[in-house]
Design a protein around this ligand. Sequence first.
Ligand code: ACM
Length: 655
Amino acid sequence: MKRSFLFLICSLLSLPIFAQMLPSTLGVLAEEGHSNPILPSEIAIIPEPVSITKNEGHFMLPENVTIHASDAEALKQVITFLQDRFSVPTGSYVSVVADAAKTATIRLILNERVNAALGTEGYELSVTNTHVEIRANQAAGIFYGAQSLIQLFPKEIESKELIEEVVWKAPCVQVMDYPRVGWRGLMFDVARHFFTKEEVKQYIDAMVRYKYNILHLHLADDEGWRIEIKGLPKLTEVGAWSVKKVGEFGNFIPPTADEPRTYGGFYTQEDIKELVQYAKDRFVNILPEIDVPGHSLAIIASYPELSCTPGAENYRVRSGERIMDWSRGAPPIALVDNTLCPANEKVYTFLDTVITQIAALFPFEYIHMGGDEAPINFWEKNDQIKALMQREGLKNMHQVQGYFEKRVEKIVASKGKKFMGWDEILDGDMPSSAAMMVWRDTKYGIQATSKKHEVVMSPTAYAYLDYMQADVITEPKVYASLRLKKSYEFDPIPAGIDPKYVKGGQANLWTEQVYNIRQAEYMTWPRGMAIAESVWSPKEKKNWENFFGRVEQHFKRLDIAETKYAPSVYDPIFKASRAADRQLMIEMSTEVEGLDIYYSFDNSFPDRFYPKYTEKLTPPKDATMLKVITYRGKQPVGRMLNMPIEELNKRAGKR
Ligand code: ACM
């Protein structure tokens, strides 16, 4: 019975449509029927390719692998990448051959006649039982084809050490693939917490698996200035250092004058050149961001004369203490003035020096100049600002910031670069040459494109990787939650926007609560996979169930690669409400199909022999804690969660 069913499934798999639609479901069947020689779950590429056809048979990696490239110079990065990835875990000898176009094991071919369907980053990948061929118009496409190829091999291919006793084979497939949008970014905030050059490289290594092509480095904020600027030494002598604190960032006890300011760091210009080259070798551009005029406390602590506010010479780089009052929403009320002074000519001279050097260091065509969350309460009472408003005919603080942004835009343009800012700059009547990174809401993207601004979409609702991935009881506390399933709904070209101006999309990892690279990875994956698929794969091919089946395969790959990821997707969602008699009612659900939730109210640790959740619960009168864990069949998959009954009572509202 099972065998004939599997035969039917295997036959269906040779049809492209089934090969694309069913791997997660079929993966379960295949695992049950171990003897099946074609394991459908072998194919779990993220992001999902445009088209993939499964053919009969496998390609077996030989002990001597030969790579032939039609243009070895243009493809040298891809060759190095493949040599490294195939030789380390498998122990195969991987050599490059100049004259074996028809016999090499892996053939990399740059199209002589451009295949228009593939564009600049698309590729065709053919895996047969004798060899592998990747064709593309440009080297980037060959690199992405190589990423897909790696994902066809067993998960152990991710190992950084030799692994014995693995059959190094890949299913025979034909893939044709290209991205939905050209800007596929991840933002890494290296200002709130500093991450070393090696850690940034580690982050790049992880992102290229999923065909990201832009690393946006947030290089300056209240908590640190992270890049050497010649002629402005205090930026890195003073601006890069704070007092080390751990706990819940944002409400730390303000540091005293005698606490050592030794926490932080910066990249020298040589470090930046090395990072730019490292990224380029992996087909990633680095977008530098200097966030002004708000978020500038590290600059002001270094050069207080750039502030409008008397007493700024006493300001220090923020160590996570409270400096803003958000109780009335945006813009926040600043408790210390973290803004550069738009009325001070020295500010523009300073920015000219910074932008000149940034423009020379980063070859990418855009420079991001921030512009978000600039408080106005200090400006409102400042005589220099009042004089500026009178002189320039500025009517309100939006126009004051607009004046500043327009001057900065001119500086950026004078260095031959394109200006980009967060979506608040829309309020400043910017010229359409200013590109916008949309974060607050999709509606700002719609407004921006209607005014002919280029946009990159990174709305908080889908793309903020600093948000918690599950209930606040399980994650370091931040402002909001963003579960994997919601990230997967991200559409970089939402309804109502003019697609002509959409450059693409990205996810943003702010690091106020991220103290180390392992946590940066935890916050990025798997939501980074969801965003990667949203910006690469055709919209109509997105399918949550199918995607999550592949994510689970990638969890195993990341385990071997020793890249951290969050298992939060397996944790239940809690909903607390009140019955007519005001009794607390607890509802639980899961993001993922097919999980069972087991629980206890007696403080002991539930397992699958405990009560299984099937309907709303009312806690026993004296219970203080609900403990829950999720299982798939006999396997625990979720974490043991402790939910205080008091917390649920709070969420349910008045008793
Ligand atoms: C932002 O998240 N303040 C751009």
